[in-house]
Design a protein around this ligand. Structure first.
Ligand SMILES: Cc1cc2nc3c(=O)[nH]c(=O)nc-3n(C[C@H](O)[C@H](O)[C@H](O)COP(=O)(O)OP(=O)(O)OC[C@H]3O[C@@H](n4cnc5c(N)ncnc54)[C@H](O)[C@@H]3O)c2cc1C
Ligand code: FES
Length: 366
């Protein structure tokens, strides 16, 4: 018995040592040399092998969306690999549908460059570019949400579709030794292309939000790339239901500016949820939108009102307010932004009111 246990221990130890050695050899000994990447059948680009496809493309200023900083958890960084991607890794398979597995779609952050590779990416991603900007203002919206205005420096203008987001670069700072990108939706009026506003909620110990809240100051230089994303208003006349919470306000604000700029007469109702009065912000801006847009109504909802806080508005979960107000068999379109939990719950309520999946659009801030 003791002999068998000892053998198992020795075999497991040797296996672990072998695996560790392989990782070290891969990292420090194997040199892949220059590897060629061919994007959309254009002239191949030559990069140092061994890194991830996502990192190599970013280095060459070809920007692929990546909301998790290459950790293989957001599935935003999909590209079609036509040749040379190597085997699909187990970290990728949960994010790839059978159709995507069949057509060569991969998570570019998980593809290691070891041989020449041929890939296909949507043409609009080739138009994504990097922007240098300067922080023009930082305004507290709540105890954990701030509004940052970035004045564009180079180039001096940005073209984007209302609802899209950018990826803000977080440089290294004390306590963080890696550069990372994080996604933030553009909140500001798309009528002004020379600056963008981002509404950012502090995530405790979060790399980028800690940087923005504790290190980034007015006058500092900042860098982002974009624009990205499919979240946008349809061009139909259907009624609109907006649902958001926290910093999910950002893209909805941008859509409301767009509706005002285009003198939209679409009927729209906006449910904005928070836990308490202190989570509510931009009430005056919403009142202005109500004045300027003929058929727009703003319904703020808090789940935990407290005695004496003077709250006279709706109470309960934002999804409960949606349930109360949206009529059965609604022909409306719904636009949702915020935490994955809130969005999943809201989708169920909308479906129960007869709104089919093809009329529900969302950006999960995961
Ligand atoms: C398309 C898109 C648009 C987005 N737009 C906005 C926006 O306009 N405003 C905004 O504030 N955020 C937005 N986000 C979220 C944002 O990209 C970051 O994920 C978030 O700010 C956290 O980044 P971080 O580097 O500070 O935290 P990380 O260092 O990435 O995370 C630290 C830890 O916190 C957890 N975590 C990450 N995000 C959250 C969260 N939201 N709540 C609780 N825990 C979390 C992580 O799992 C991790 O364990 C958007 C995300 C996407 C995908
Ligand atoms: S960057 Fe998030 S999965 Fe690849």
């Amino acid at each position: 018995m003791a002999d068998a246990l000892l053998s198992i221990l020795i075999i497991s130890g040797l296996a672990a040592a072998w695996a560790a050695l392989l990782v070290l050899v891969r990292q420090y000994v194997i040199r892949y040399g220059q590897v060629q990447i061919t994007v959309n059948d254009q002239e191949p680009i030559s990069v140092e092998g061994g890194s991830s496809l996502l990192a190599a493309l970013t280095d060459r200023k070809i920007f692929i969306p990546s909301a998790c900083g290459g950790r293989g958890t957001c599935a935003y960084c999909k590209v079609k690999v036509l040749e040379g991607g190597g085997p699909v890794s187990p970290t990728e398979t949960p994010f790839l549908s059978p159709q995507e597995l069949a057509d060569g779609t991969r998570l570019s952050c998980q593809v290691k460059l070891r041989q020449p590779i041929r890939i296909e990416i949507p043409a609009d991603l080739l138009a994504v570019r990097e922007y240098e900007a300067r922080v023009e203002s930082i305004v507290d919206l709540t105890y954990d949400i701030k509004r940052f205005r970035f004045r564009l420096v180079d180039p001096e203008r940005i073209d984007f579709i209302p609802g899209q987001y950018v990826q803000l670069l977080t440089p290294t700072y004390p306590g963080n030794n890696e550069e990372v990108y994080r996604a933030y939706s553009i909140a500001s009026d798309p009528g002004d292309r020379t600056a963008i506003d981002l509404i950012i909620r502090l995530v405790p110990n979060g790399i980028c939000t800690t940087y923005c809240f504790e290190h980034l100051k007015v006058g500092d230089a900042a860098r982002f790339n974009g624009p990205y994303g499919e979240f946008r208003l349809s061009e139909t006349d259907a009624d609109i239901i907006f649902i958001a919470g926290g910093s999910g306000m950002a893209p909805i604000e941008c859509l409301l500016h767009h509706m005002r700029n285009t003198r939209s007469t679409r009927k729209a109702v906006y449910f904005f949820g928070g836990n308490a009065v202190r989570d509510m912000f931009m009430a005056e801006d919403m009142a202005r939108f109500e004045r300027d847009l003929p058929h727009f109504r703003y319904i703020p909802v808090i789940s935990r009102p407290e005695e004496g806080d003077g709250w006279t508005g709706e109470t309960g979960l934002v999804t409960e307010a949606v349930d109360r107000h949206v009529e059965a068999n609604s022909a409306a379109e719904a636009y949702l932004c915020g935490s994955p939990g809130m969005i999943d719950a809201a989708i169920k309520v909308l479906q129960a009111h007869g709104i089919s999946d093809d009329r529900i659009f969302y950006d999960k801030f995961s």
